[in-house]
Design a protein around this ligand. Structure first.
Ligand code: SF4
Ligand code: SF4
Length: 438
């Protein structure tokens, strides 16, 4: 068994001993709220982790696999815990144990690991994968297959996967502006993300334009790779470290410049590089300083001082906070403020916005039943708002909520908040003014 779980548990021992059994983590946990089973909540999972680490339970035990696999990794429990138990690190170490103990017959998991190893770790294969996905989406094949409804009864999971892809297409009017040559005063580096650049490049271009309008000099390092979040969530910490090493090197040239992300999942992962290399003599320091430089685009705008403008959207706009943006990066509030700044009275709050939507990386494909139950609650709240647009700061949440809404017949468009900021800036002539000033 990996010693990582034992090491992380030892590091958390004081906090675990300080657990006062208040139960706050249970109320915050979406899976516990749904099943009511203590083992589907953080306390029960922590108990299982300790039992495995102490040899009281086999790492191949089905109870361990079932309840750890069912965890969304949303980290809502971590936020409310008065003892400060850092659950996220424990979960990743437990997933590593599981991935090593995985029975050979578990086809879905083996397939996942192969894809993460042989596609995600190879930049050219990953580019090929996303080019094919984009072609499939942009030729309208995903939409056509969904309309035929052939897959809905044969394989709801495959139908949902198609709906996810379809939900990555642009849903609000883009500005059509090309990316400007940037000549601001302060350098910032953009982390583009693999899904981000593969399916949501418009969001990256909008991010660049908005940063440029704030006199920030944006560079997108070409050697950057996937952040490694999918590997870490799947327990492949070696794969996550391989990618992290490349990113640390890719962002080294301007070692003081902030690293800007627009994806909560990537941002949360990038901030954990410090933990990933905590015991690595040569990388502990570079990894810690890399993580300290990471910030969401909304955090950057909040510290720079955001320019005001108003969108021209004709409908109400609501906002869902990505868990990783909120709990992993601590920037859920700045992201909402950024959106409110351009939507004004069109903004309508979403009940339970802080609650996970059920996407959780590829949890929606691996744990479809629980994921759909979590999503149903989110969609019920979306219906209550009557909003025509939902903005969220993470591509995974965008696709998941978009897919759920379209399959449930809810007329909802999904986008990233920065797309609405970009649209508002173009309408207000902010870009023309910025170009004149250049
Ligand atoms: S990470 Fe989320 S799903 Fe997992 S135990 Fe914590 S609150 Fe529950
Ligand atoms: S919130 Fe923290 S202190 Fe309270 S029961 Fe959960 S782990 Fe223990």
């Amino acid at each position: 068994m990996s010693t990582q779980l034992t090491t992380v548990l030892a590091g958390q021992e004081e906090k675990l001993l300080a657990c006062i059994h208040c139960g706050l983590c249970l109320e915050a946990c979406p899976t516990y709220v749904i099943t009511g089973n203590e083992n589907d909540g953080p306390r029960g999972r922590l108990y299982l982790m300790r039992a495995v680490a102490e040899g009281r339970l086999e790492d191949t035990s089905s109870a361990f696999a079932k309840h750890i696999d069912r965890c969304l990794g949303c980290r809502a429990c971590e936020q409310v815990c008065p003892a400060g138990v850092e659950y996220g690190q424990l979960l990743e170490a437990s997933r590593e144990v599981l991935s090593e103990a995985q029975p050979k017959s578990d086809v879905a998991n083996r397939m996942l690991r192969l894809v993460l190893r042989y596609v995600w770790l190879s930049p050219w294969r990953l580019r090929l994968f996303f080019s094919a996905s984009r072609l499939f989406r942009d030729l309208g094949l995903a939409r056509a297959l969904l309309k035929l409804r052939l897959l809905h009864s044969i394989s709801p999971r495959a139908a949902f996967a198609l709906a996810l892809l379809e939900s990555s297409r642009p849903m609000i009017r883009g500005t059509g502006s090309s990316s400007k040559s940037v000549r601001g005063d302060e350098p910032v580096l953009l982390f583009a993300g693999c899904v981000g650049e593969g399916l949501f490049s418009r969001v990256n271009r909008a991010t660049e334009r908005v940063l440029h309008a704030h006199k920030l000099n944006v560079t997108t390092p070409t050697e950057q790779v996937c952040c490694g979040a999918l590997h870490a969530h799947a327990g492949d910490l070696d794969g996550a470290r391989q990618l992290a090493r490349k990113n640390i090197a890719a962002f080294e040239s301007k070692s003081d410049a902030p690293i800007i992300t627009n994806a909560g999942g990537c941002g949360a992962m990038l901030t954990t590089y410090a933990h990933l290399f905590a015991n690595d003599e040569s990388l502990a320091e570079p990894a810690a300083s890399f993580s300290a430089r990471v910030r969401d685009v909304s955090q950057q705008l909040a510290s720079t001082g955001m320019r005001t403008a108003e969108t021209s959207v004709e409908t109400c706009v609501t906002y869902d906070t990505s868990c990783h943006l909120l709990y992993g990066q601590g920037s859920g509030e700045t992201s909402e403020r950024m959106l409110r700044a351009v939507t004004g009275e069109k903004f309508v709050a979403l009940n339970g916005s802080e609650r996970c939507c059920g996407a959780a990386g590829i949890y929606n494909l691996l744990q479809p039943d629980m994921s759909q139950r979590v999503l149903k609650e989110k969609l019920d709240h979306v219906r209550e708002t009557n909003a025509g647009i939902l903005a969220t700061g993470n591509p995974g949440c965008q696709m998941h909520i978009g897919a759920g809404a379209s399959l449930s017949g809810i007329p909802l468009r999904v986008c990233h908040p920065i797309e609405l900021v970009d649209q508002a800036y173009e309408r207000a002539g902010v870009y023309l003014a910025a170009d004149d000033a250049d």
